[in-house]
Design a protein around this ligand. Sequence first.
Ligand SMILES: CC(=O)N[C@H]1[C@@H](OP(=O)(O)OP(=O)(O)OC[C@H]2O[C@@H](n3ccc(=O)[nH]c3=O)[C@H](O)[C@@H]2O)O[C@H](CO)[C@@H](O)[C@@H]1O
Length: 361
Amino acid sequence: MRVLLAGGGTAGHTSPLLATAAALLREDPTIEITCLGTREGLEARLVPEAGFPLEFVPRMPLPRKPGKAMLQFPGKMRAQRRAALEIIDRVKPDVVVGFGGYVSVPAYLAARARRVPIVVHEGNALPGIANRLGARLTPYVAVSFPDTPLKAKGGDPALYTGLPIRRMISTLDRAALRAEGRAAFGLDAERPTLLVTGGSQGAQRINAAVSGAAGALGGAGVQVLHVIGPKNELTLEEQGAPYKVLTYVDRMDLALAAADAVLCRCGSNTVTETSGVGLPAVYVPLPIGNGEQALNAAPVVEAGGGLLVPDADLSAEWIAENLVPLMTDPARLAAMGAAAADVIPLDADDKLAALVLEAAR
Ligand SMILES: CC(=O)N[C@H]1[C@@H](OP(=O)(O)OP(=O)(O)OC[C@H]2O[C@@H](n3ccc(=O)[nH]c3=O)[C@H](O)[C@@H]2O)O[C@H](CO)[C@@H](O)[C@@H]1O
């Protein structure tokens, strides 16, 4: 069987595609997987690193205002569709799986033209335009959050699978890895530990607020593992408790195991991973975009597994007044962690792989 997986952009968009590829191969090691992306997206590095062949379609962002870009748009769309058709004719997939974004539209249209079954997976609580189009073409539609407003062809409800995430996190035993995690990052073995992450790019506002509260956190004995993002900078003295600054961590499993709570943006992987491993969180949604980040965190927040703080409200003072008391209240942390753990399923990779095989057959 041959499967074409289309998607990419940031790490947050590429990760579910790779997790699904791995699940398909666990199900049937003879499946031939090909990925479809753009040269500009992070998939251009991450997919070959994971050992899968990657085909390219030209990148085609939607023009936001009238002008030259809009006039060139139809021509670019045709070029993209031709590229996708050529790839489908050469790869001859039994099924095309799209994860949304620029790359998925030509994949969906080419698959429809060649009568190849389509599977659509939406990673965010609010579907993007590519998947709203793709979902009209197929009965095989899956979503990552329970309330995502996306229907399959004919108006049938989408299948709620959750978001496929890396196995090192979906199978993580935090208690077993806690000591190793803390040692790996040079943290104290016993202190309450806050993990800070702004997603794959980092978040400057979060960085400024947390570093501004370093004294309050350290004074209360709270140590911090702060992942600031690849392009950001932060220098800080340790104040009473360790405060470790990293630009990126590859072993997110160790970082999650080291933590007692997380302060983070609400990209769908971050929400799924954090809540899935039973960590309480302070969720600070990205204020731009179509509002999908606040909705990603909503089910976990409603279940009592996290607090939602608008970006404009997050400050060093907010952290000193609200997060420091939470970090030093083990009973409340434990209750929130337990509430978070059961909200979003962690076997989305297997469920989506099963749907892909069903569609292909
Ligand atoms: C600005 C932007 O476009 N944000 C979108 C992007 O977020 P973004 O790319 O930040 O994606 P997520 O927050 O969903 O995921 C980040 C991923 O990177 C990993 N990680 C992060 C930092 C690190 O140091 N090491 C590491 O491994 C996390 O474990 C996680 O798996 O894709 C998400 C998934 O479609 C969307 O919900 C977000 O709205």
